[in-house]
Ligand binder design. Structure first.
Ligand code: PEP
Ligand code: CO
Length: 448
């Protein structure tokens, strides 16, 4: 496989890298990176190629991408119950969307590596103190003390180990029977029975049940891997370039370079400068790449970005994750779709209805409204249907926990409830019920 021109896994160093931590001691960073660079890769290039092939189908509407998980994973939450519940919600959402959309759903977690965060400011004022901002558990710790906020490179090693432990359990769950179709369907029926909105989802849950029974009746084996196992992929924002470089390896079967820290890496809205280090780094690895695009995009910039990241226009290489917010999507998405369609660019269009809809509530919590999230998704599908382009996926911040971080949903969480179980160290996530509701609502919207 040809490498990108004038690229090496460290060529990013000649470009400005935004959002990097202020490591107090470069020698300590180099030591950690040297150690990381000889540790085993977390994922295998063959798996990365499988994901890319699936995403190529999503370009044409023959598959649909479901990407979701924490805004920022938390070392203290790398536990079996937490991983299990997040996986469970994603599998439940996927079954619903598969049935309604009539195409395979590609399941990608924001998990097993989502430990580094871009921040709007380098510092944060806490009372009298001006502290370095929390940049994710792979950099520092969220407690508001100077000690906790000091960037510590050893956290990158811990992040690697936490990712490995998480992936190990995810692989066990998805191969070992936990993800079997009839189990996932049973969980969905439980959700429908318990949800205040249950009635409106009951019909679809019943239909899925009938479809499964029909398969059993005609003798389709329920023991095949297609029924008992799930294919599950990992992703995170490729923010800490030293870490990503250390996990970047040549694939011995093809000779190509892959970033083996996760299957899919994305570039954030704040680090997608065409001449920046993040774009330089990711242009050379063969993974599928996501790019977050906010309402302030310039169309020429986007074109230059594609020329750099996907010069061959390979389907599955590029996923655009638009995060315009309810107020901007109707104005900003259609012209982008139109221009990309006109130029014949192969892109998976995914909707992140979370990041453009964040605000601080009167109780002082960073939150999002369930209805705004749903409305942005609705506008996303409508824009694609109007333009004749393909809505290829959705992207959520969610958790399997019963948190109270987003307002609304069938239990009608209000501002005063947020304090009850507000656990995120970064952005507010949909809880398990809210996530399933979103999936059923999308299912109603797209069902054939
Ligand atoms: C995120 O996905 O958590 C994030 C920071 O998103 P964005 O880059 O779109 O702001
Ligand atoms: Co976020």
């Amino acid at each position: 496989m040809e490498s990108a021109e004038n690229w090496s896994k460290s060529s990013w160093k000649a470009f400005p890298a935004l959002q990097q931590p202020n490591w107090p001691n470069q020698a300590a960073v180099d030591k950690v990176l040297a150690e990381l660079s000889i540790l085993p890769p977390l994922v295998f290039a063959g798996e990365i190629r499988s994901l890319k092939a699936l995403l190529a189908k999503a370009v044409n509407g023959d598959a649909f991408l479901l990407q979701g998980g924490d805004c920022a994973e938390d070392f203290s939450q790398v536990t079996a119950p937490k991983i299990r519940e997040t996986l469970k919600v994603l599998l439940q959402m996927a079954v619903t969307l598969t049935y309604a959309g009539g195409v395979p759903v590609i399941k990608v977690g924001r998990i097993a590596g989502q430990f580094a965060k871009p921040r709007s400011s380098d510092t944060e004022q806490v009372g009298e103190l001006v502290l370095p901002s929390y940049r994710g558990d792979m950099v520092n710790s969220p407690e508001p003390t100077m000690d906790a906020r000091l960037a510590n490179p050893k956290r990158m090693l811990k992040g690697y180990n936490m990712s490995a432990a998480t992936l190990n359990l995810l692989r066990a769950f998805t191969r070992g029977g936990f993800a079997a179709l009839h189990r996932v369907q049973a969980w969905n029926q439980e959700f429908v029975a318990q949800s205040p909105m249950g009635r409106s989802y009951e019909r679809m849950a019943k239909q899925i049940d009938q479809a499964i029974r029909f398969m059993e009746t005609i003798g389709i084996s329920m023991d095949t891997p297609q029924i008992t196992q799930a294919q599950f992929f990992t992703s995170h924002e490729a923010l800490l370039l030293g870490y990503e470089e250390a996990l970047t390896r040549v694939d011995s079967t093809t000779g190509g370079w892959y970033d083996c820290s996760a299957h899919l890496l994305w570039i954030g809205e704040r680090t997608r400068q065409v001449d920046g280090a993040h774009v330089e780094f990711l242009r050379g690895v063969l993974n599928p790449i996501g790019v977050k695009i906010g309402p302030g995009y310039e169309i020429d910039d986007i074109k230059r970005l594609i020329d750099k990241l996907s010069p061959d226009n390979e389907p599955g290489r590029l996923t655009f994750i638009t995060r315009f917010g309810l107020k901007n999507i109707e104005q900003r998405l259609p012209p982008l779709l139109r221009e990309m369609k006109r130029e014949g660019r192969n892109i998976v269009w995914s909707c992140d209805p979370m990041h453009g809809n964040t605000y601080t509530s009167s109780s002082g919590h960073k939150t999002r409204k369930f209805n705004d999230i749903l409305s942005e998704i609705t506008s996303f599908f409508e824009a694609h249907w109007a333009e004749g382009t393909i809505p290829g996926g959705v992207h959520f911040e969610l958790t399997g926990d019963n948190v109270t971080e987003c307002i609304g949903g069938a239990r009608d969480i209000v501002d005063g409830d947020l304090d009850r179980n507000y656990l995120t160290t970064c952005d507010p996530r949909l809880n398990a019920e809210q996530s399933l509701e979103v999936a059923f609502q999308i299912a109603e919207m797209i069902r054939k």
